[in-house]
Design a protein around this ligand. Structure first.
Ligand code: 0O2
Length: 272
């Protein structure tokens, strides 16, 4: 196959990856905007390199004509979660989407691979629209925790280095490390609620502070400079108290103040 043909063949897969990365990031953002905990922590995607496709075709005895049907991970999306429990939520989100049709699921979490690899894979059909019309293709979505991802990234590079000749001692060490990752995920799951509470209150505080600062900025255009300076100084004092209740009350006062200025400027415009 000529290089130009590879580029043509892979272009729709690149489009699928780009679109899905945007869509999954948007899900994450929707949770944040709703001030909720997001089961998705990180989103990434890639189109498999030609050399990896060729290597896999050779390993699995796949002919060029069957390439798109038999190599299911030309387009790959990776969704990283903080906790094992989040993986079920993400899988459910994918199953319920109208733009993804699940072909098959591989649960390497309940049953890890002999290497120790743990991850949840979904092969799904996804349609992209190009100037040549719609094209339905396959994408592989890997869903795993941060800890599982750490292990598989390291193991993958070692696999790449040693191919089928990984030294036995190293293989055993990786298996032990995989058990440690499993134990870590279980340990984290047991303090999930506490960690989520801490993260939520951090995020909530960051949101309130950003609301306060944008309220102060808006007041800067309508209120007199002295007044805004006073408000700003008050905010610095309140900020140091590190009390959410006080910050929220302060923000509410600024909201009311901004609303009053807005109403006043409407009346002024009407000449009342
Ligand atoms: P790359 O470089 O990630 O694209 P198999 O027949 O078992 O070899 P198959 O049928 O393609 O693999 O499906 P499977 O098992 O779901 O594997 C698909 C992808 O999962 C792999 O792609 C890896 O990304 C990942 N994976 C599977 N097994 C392992 C493992 O033992 N260690 C690590 N680190 N990753 C794994 P590729 O094609 O291997 O490569």
């Amino acid at each position: 196959m000529e290089i130009q043909l590879w580029r043509e063949l892979l272009a729709p897969y690149q489009l699928a990856v780009d679109e899905l990365v945007v869509k999954f990031n948007h899900i994450k953002q929707e949770y944040y905007d709703g001030r909720m905990y997001s089961p998705i922590e990180e989103v990434s995607g890639r189109v498999k390199r030609v050399s990896s496709i060729l290597e896999k075709m050779q390993r699995k005895g796949v002919a060029f004509e069957e390439l798109e049907e038999k190599i299911e991970d030309i387009a790959g999306i990776r969704l990283i979660c903080q906790f094992v429990e989040d993986i079920d939520t993400v899988v459910e989100i994918i199953r319920n989407r109208q733009d993804l049709e699940v072909k098959l699921e591989k649960d390497y979490i309940s049953q890890s691979k002999p290497s120790g690899y743990r991850s949840y894979h979904i092969i799904a059909y996804y349609t992209v629209h190009t100037i040549n019309g719609p094209k339905k293709l396959e994408v592989e979505i890997q869903i795993r925790t941060l800890a599982m991802n750490f292990w598989s990234t390291i193991e993958h590079s070692l696999q790449y280095k040693y191919k089928e000749h990984m030294p036995e001692e190293l293989r055993l060490r990786l298996l032990r490390a995989a058990d440690a990752v499993d134990a870590l995920d279980n340990e984290m799951a047991s303090v999930r609620d506490e960690i989520m509470d801490a993260q939520n209150s951090n995020r909530q505080k960051a949101n309130i502070i950003s609301d306060i600062l944008s309220n102060i900025e808006n007041l800067y255009y309508v209120a007199n400079e002295r007044e805004v300076e006073k408000i700003q100084n008050e905010f610095f004092k309140i900020y140091q108290k590190d009390d959410m209740e006080i910050l929220m009350r302060f923000n509410k006062q600024l909201d009311i103040m901004a609303e009053t200025y807005r109403a006043q400027s409407v009346l002024n415009r009407k000449g009342m």
